[in-house]
Design a protein. Structure first.
Length: 140
């Protein structure tokens, strides 16, 4: 019973979460995933590395899918190329088990993560609420 109440509460809270907070959290989860993937690669835990890398790749794919090229113009185009590059680096990381590849992706995403966190902290409360696919990526 309490489990269901907790799920319902979390679902309602997520429905009202501003988009900027969701995107900020997605970047945080991606950074956490990269850290876990690097650690797993160094320790030789291939399955853990793959699981963490897949999660990061899924987040990057969702971020790419939700770029608004009509409003974002050049910024959206640049982010699209950056996310595509990061995804290709993660494929190379997976095939070579080279932690430096994942560290490079982390160094690219960390400043974006910091910027989104700053936006989330400064943003007004009445923002556009995030769509279901973005919310579900954070909880995957």
């Amino acid at each position: 019973m309490y489990k269901q109440i907790g799920k319902t509460y979390r679902a309602r809270a997520e429905e009202n979460t501003p988009r900027v907070n969701i995107v900020s959290r997605m970047f945080e989860v991606a950074i956490e995933g990269l850290d876990a993937a690097i650690e797993a690669a160094v320790a030789g835990r291939i399955e853990d590395r793959h699981t963490a890398t897949s999660r990061v790749s899924n987040i990057l794919m969702l971020l790419r899918q939700h770029l608004d090229f009509d409003k974002g113009l050049e910024i959206a185009s640049n982010l699209d190329r950056l996310y595509a590059y990061c995804m290709s680096q993660l494929v190379t990381f997976e095939t070579r088990n080279d932690p430096e590849m994942a560290a490079q992706v982390r160094s690219i995403l960390k400043p974006l993560c910091d910027a989104w966190q700053q936006l989330a902290n400064e943003a007004p409360v009445e923002q556009e609420v995030a769509s279901q696919p973005l919310r579900s990526a954070v909880n995957a």
